[in-house]
Structure formats: C-alpha cells, structure tokens
Design a protein around this ligand. Structure first.
Ligand code: NAP
Length: 240
C-alpha cells in the first residue's frame, strides 16, 4: 500500500498524477491543493476512496505547518510517505528577460518554486513522515538547465528559469543532506516536457497523460544511484 503525497493537484500535472495513481486501489494519495475553497470539482472527480484532499499553500510556511499536521493525522502512526511529488509551481511574467526582471514576480516564483519544496521536505522530515527509502520528485523544467536555457530563442521566462535553476541546486543539497536520516532516499528532478496545461498553454507538445505516464515509469524504476539526478519524462537524463 504505497503512500503518495502530491502538491498542486487541483489542475494540470498534479491533477493528472492523481488521476493515474487513483486507478489502483492499493495507492493511498495525499492530494494537496493551495485552497480548499477553490473549485476542486476536477480533483474530486478523479479521486479514489483512498485519496485525501488537504490544503497546502506552498508559498506560505504556516500553511505547510498545518498541512504536515493534517498529513500526520491522515496517515496515523503506521504509514509514511513513500513518494513525495512537489508539482506545484508558477511561471509568472514569461515575457521578461534578465534585463527587465520584476523583483516582486521573481520573489513570488522563488517562494513557490524553491522555498515551498524546501520547507515541505524539511517539515515532513521533522515530523517523521518520510519513509526511509522515500522517492522525492521535484518538478523542474528544461528552463532550469544551464545548457538548455542558454539555447532558448526567443529569450523569455528569465525569472522562472532562475527559480527552477534554484530548485535544481536545492535538489542537489537535499539528495546529500537527507542521507544521514533516510539512508535509502532518492531525490530527483524531473522535466515533464512541454505539456498542455494552463502553464504550458494549449499549443504545447504533450498531453498530460503522456508526460505523467513517463514520469511515473521513471519514478518507479529509480534505484539508489539515481539520487540527485535530473531526468526528462522520457527517462533520458538532462544536462545540468
Ligand atoms: N506544463 C508544462 O509544459 C511544464 C513544463 C515544465 C515544467 N512544468 C512544471 O510542472 C509543474 C506543474 O505545472 P502545470 O503545468 O501543472 O501548471 P498549472 O496547470 O498552471 O498548475 C499549477 C498548479 O500549481 C498550483 N500552485 C500554484 N501556486 C501554488 C501555491 N502557492 N501553493 C500550492 N499550489 C500552487 C496551482 O494551484 P492553483 O490552481 O490554486 O493556482 C496548480 O494546481 C510546475 O512546477 C511547472 O513549473 C510544467
């Protein structure tokens, strides 16, 4: 009975993770969503009886504390998280380059795309809610790769790209720092490809089902030597 914990599940890639994982009655799913007051119709429609919808605003440390308490109450004393999927993310002001960055939008992207996944891991660890061989997926982007970002034409999404590069470095640190307490841990970064969601836009290349299907295959095939790796949804490694 594996336990999955996923952020940003009311729409987009997070929703598709829940849809695919809920097809097995063996999976316990903690489906985190920024606000329980928003429209959760799509999430409720795909949820299984063992899907638990909890609130977690990943830009707000107090909300993450409350979420961790809710996870603890939901799982009780005998279950821990086997798969943590940090999917929630934002791409704000995508037309901005490094020459006209807005500080407010860059700070918001750093809060949601970097600080959120850092505090979620830290507080779930402190509450002893991560299994010894937990798999943690931090959702990055090709735009977080130094090499890929240098090749983008036309130039765009500078703030988002900077925040995802920060998430990549966070992952390098987490993959080493967690080993002392969780010897079997594997933390990876994933580039989901360019996917048709609100963030990816209608003109994107992939359906969410294909991207998530690929990512779950990678996730379920991970071994210890993958700790700290950066993968494409197709299973290829991404250049840093
Ligand atoms: N789609 C792509 O082509 C693509 C490519 C590369 C990387 N990614 C990455 O994939 C991840 C998922 O993106 P997506 O395509 O699914 O985007 P999306 O359709 O725009 O969905 C984003 C999700 O993140 C949630 N979210 C945003 N801010 C949050 C916060 N403060 N707290 C909790 N949840 C929050 C949203 O919730 P609300 O509805 O409440 O705002 C929504 O559920 C992101 O990390 C993104 O950077 C996507």
């Amino acid at each position: 009975m594996p336990v999955y914990c996923i952020t940003g599940t009311n729409r987009g890639l997070g929703l598709e993770f829940v849809r695919q994982l809920a097809q097995s009655g063996d999976n316990t799913i903690i489906a985190a969503t920024r606000s329980l007051s928003s429209n959760l119709g799509d999430l409720k429609a795909v949820a299984s009886p063992s899907t638990h919808i909890l609130e977690c605003d990943t830009s707000n440390v107090q909300s993450i504390h409350s979420f961790v308490k809710g996870v603890s109450q939901t799982l009780g004393s005998d279950k821990k998280i086997d798969f943590l999927l940090n999917s929630a993310g934002v791409n704000l002001a995508s037309s901005q380059s490094s020459l006209n960055l807005s500080p407010d939008e860059l700070q918001t992207q750093m809060a949601i795309n970097v600080i959120g996944p850092a505090k979620i891991v830290e507080l779930l660890l402190d509450a002893s809610l991560l299994s010894n061989d937990v798999r943690i997926l931090n959702m990055s982007s090709g735009l977080g790769s130094m090499q890929r970002a240098s090749e983008i034409k036309p130039r765009k999404c500078a703030g988002y790209s900077i925040s995802k590069a920060g998430l990549n470095m966070l992952t390098v640190h987490q993959s080493e720092d967690l080993k002392a307490q969780l010897p079997g841990v594997v933390v990876i970064l994933m580039d989901p490809g360019w996917v048709k969601t609100r963030l990816g836009g209608a003109g994107a290349e992939l359906e969410p089902s294909e991207s998530i299907g690929g990512m779950l295959q990678v996730l379920h095939g991970l071994s210890g030597e993958d700790n700290g790796s950066f993968y494409h949804y197709s299973g290829e490694k991404i250049p840093w």
